[in-house]
Design a binder for this molecule. Structure first.
Ligand SMILES: Nc1ncnc2c1ncn2[C@@H]1O[C@H](COP(=O)(O)OP(=O)(O)OP(=O)(O)O)[C@@H](O)[C@H]1O
Ligand SMILES: NC(=O)CC[C@H](N)C(=O)O
Length: 653
């Protein structure tokens, strides 16, 4: 954990303490420690037997509190370093080239009108973020509009709570629906269109059961010749009467359904006289018991696309074969012809996204709820603190093609990490605090230190923290017995405290008799050592504005990359360390300002000061990880979620 030192923390010179020597902190990639440049140089030289070229800066250690402040100021004023990853990729890249550009060029109309058509039968997941980015983004890029259309034609599966949750996620990702519509708004129009299809001799009421239909479609493995049932021979009048009978309650579910008369001999199963309407004995959440019959997806979607003037109907590749029936039906009954094109789905390995599995995890209390930060529903990803902009960047980076993307969680986290590195402030926090009494620090007790929120981005501003004679460091940064290869605090050993006037040297420590754990460390300033090998973070005493907090460290929920096929099933694959709670962590006083100034960063879906939820209070805890405030927090209790570690999965102890 404490060794979860990151590239980020090292690159960022917020870690620069007042003195000159500490302006040269670097990440030792091999050990994960933040060490001085000199130390790193030595280590690299030793390891690689090569001298490293490094520029030596020779600042002086500030001796008094006021020198300290000056040194802080000059450190803040330093020119920020340019790094390749500072530059985000063009957010419109996915529309400018490749598949989506080709789709536009097939129909280069103005205005572009798209739709995002979720069925309100569950919470959206990370895959849907791609669908949102594609549909809303495509319209936005071309100066057009995107509908949020609830595809609510199956009252058996749909529930009210999902409508609000879905709309919230679209807005959180920074998009504004042109209009919010419901397929059910068109129930009458769809019904009339079905009668029109019957009148054209292109639909018939059928009473066959599943087995009969299977036989008609070629039987097992399609080995038999395909054929139509006798119901297909009904006259238009008969069909109209039967269809109205279906509508008026003559039939129970499964006793009759309206089939489109397509081409049973076609090679495409989507043309084998698909169902258009079925009887369902369930009131609809919007139309109540007005209807006993409901249109199918195959009947509804293409027609609603036409009614809404959709120019590009973008959906995932499993609908590729449906394109034929989509075009067939529209051609029979409507004037305006929308165009369907299909892109690859986005899926994640190492997790489960199916509603049934997620429900089981929630019901059996393996997780805190549908928004548990270990899940990949969008409400969960949001609660964890992942910024909406990072999700869009992720989709954009992957690009859009006709291939499905199966992505590892670590790849997603890499994008989040890069995004956070350039957009959130830095603070000091310790997960498992141990007090260090610096015996000769009286003159500095209560001194204010001005610290930049980001050494690379002065626009983030700065804040003030207090230095106190007793500071808290992380338990893992102290060893009772020193060793040569250990570079943090130990009896007789010196370590740098980020931002502090001098390094400290441990002189003694006490332990708890019952547990054997260290209860207090005593130390003195080491005014001689100008260049300590390593710097660690610390937090001032509570009276100086530091706060206690609960920290929840999240690791993957599953042990394997493919939990669904794990031995004994996915519930058997749960990682016992997927959530580690530190109940007594401490955070520096700068947290209050970070909270007040949230959202970090300001983004379309969280625009305006204070408009984001608790999860928009994001920061990097130096040498620890990136964190966000959890929705369980109260005014009195700070609860923080780890969004991502500072480095990819290389935490060491
Ligand atoms: N994994 C995914 N990647 C990209 N787009 C997706 C993904 N899952 C669904 N979509 C798209 O999102 C839109 C709304 O999806 P809807 O909720 O109806 O989908 P679904 O396929 O039922 O999702 P689920 O994965 O929950 O079963 C559709 O256009 C669908 O193609
Ligand atoms: N054409 C589409 O995008 C499909 C949307 C539809 N709600 C579904 O079942 O996934």
């Amino acid at each position: 954990m404490a060794d979860a030192v990151t590239e980020a923390a090292a690159k960022l010179q917020l870690s620069e303490p007042a003195g000159e020597n500490v302006t040269k902190l670097q990440l030792d990639e091999e050990t994960g420690e933040i060490v001085s440049k000199g130390e790193l140089k030595k280590r690299l030289a030793k390891r690689a037997k090569k001298a490293m070229k490094e520029k030596n800066k020779d600042d002086k250690v500030a001796g008094t509190p006021s020198d300290l402040l000056k040194a802080q100021a000059s450190a803040t004023a330093k020119k920020p370093k340019e790094k390749a990853e500072d530059t985000p990729m063009d957010p419109d890249a996915m529309f400018k080239q490749g598949f989506l550009n080709d789709v536009y060029n097939e129909r280069p109309v103005n205005p572009v009108t798209t739709r995002f058509p979720p069925e309100p039968n569950g919470f959206l997941h990370i895959g849907h973020a791609k669908a949102i980015a594609v549909n809303f983004g495509f319209a936005k890029y071309h100066g057009g509009n995107c509908y949020l259309r609830f595809d609510d034609t199956n009252p058996e599966a749909e529930e009210e709570i999902y409508f609000t949750a879905i709309e919230e996620m679209v807005c959180w990702l920074g998009f504004s629906p042109y209009k919010i519509t419901y397929s059910s708004d068109n129930f009458q129009k769809l019904y009339d269109t079905a009668e029109k299809l019957i009148n054209l001799g292109k639909a018939y009421v059928c009473h066959c059961g599943d087995d009969e239909i299977k036989l008609q479609r070629g039987g097992e493995k399609g080995s038999q010749p395909r054929f139509r049932c006798t119901h297909a021979d009904r006259t238009v009048e008969e069909n109209l009467a039967e269809f109205r009978g279906m509508r008026d309650g003559k039939y129970k579910p499964r006793e009759a359904f309206l089939r489109m008369k397509q081409d049973i001999t076609d090679g495409n199963p989507q043309m084998w006289d698909l169902a258009a309407y079925r009887v369902l004995d369930k009131p609809h959440h919007r139309t109540g018991s007005d209807w006993r019959i409901y249109p199918t997806y195959d009947f509804t979607h293409c027609l609603c696309d036409s009614f809404e003037g959709i120019t590009h109907s973008l959906c995932t590749t499993e609908f590729f074969l449906s394109r034929v029936s989509y075009e067939w039906l529209n051609k029979q009954v409507v004037e305006y012809q929308p165009m369907q094109r299909e892109y690859g789905r986005l899926s994640m390995t190492g997790t489960v996204l199916s509603k049934r599995k997620l429900k089981e995890l929630v019901d059996k209390k393996f997780v805190r709820g549908w928004d548990d930060p270990r899940l990949y529903t969008l409400i969960a990803v949001k609660r964890r603190g992942v910024p909406p902009g990072a999700i869009l960047e992720f989709v954009n980076e992957l690009g859009v093609t006709t291939s499905n993307s199966l992505i590892q969680i670590s790849r997603f986290e890499q994008t989040i990490r890069r995004y956070l590195e350039r957009t959130v402030p830095r603070l000091m926090m310790v997960l498992d605090p141990v007090p260090v009494v610096i015996e000769d620090a009286d003159e500095f007790d209560g001194t204010s230190l001005t610290v930049p929120f980001s050494p690379r981005n002065p626009a983030m501003g700065e804040h003030t923290i207090k230095f106190t004679k007793t500071v808290y460091i992380d338990r893992s940064d102290f060893r009772e017995v020193d060793s040569k290869d250990y570079f943090r605090l130990a009896p007789g050993k010196t370590v740098g405290l980020l931002q502090a006037p001098f390094p400290i040297k441990a002189t003694s420590f006490t332990t708890d008799e019952a547990t054997g754990k260290v209860t207090e460390i005593r130390a003195v300033f080491d005014r001689e050592t100008k260049k300590p090998k390593t710097y660690i973070q610390w937090v001032a005493a509570e009276g100086a504005g530091s706060r206690k907090c609960e920290v929840r460290i999240y690791n993957p929920l599953f042990l394997s990359e493919n939990p669904a096929s794990a031995e004994g099933g996915y519930l058997n694959d749960i990682n016992p360390e997927s959530e580690i709670v530190y109940p007594n962590a401490m955070i520096e006083s700068g947290f209050d300002e970070v909270k007040r100034r949230a959202p970090w960063p300001e983004a379309a879906g969280e625009d305006g000061l204070g408009k984001g939820g608790p999860e928009s209070v994001r920061f990097q805890a130096m040498r620890v990880a990136y964190f966000a405030l959890d929705s369980d927090s109260t005014d009195d209790k700070i609860i923080l979620n780890r969004i991502v570690s500072l480095k990819e999965d290389k935490e060491k102890n």
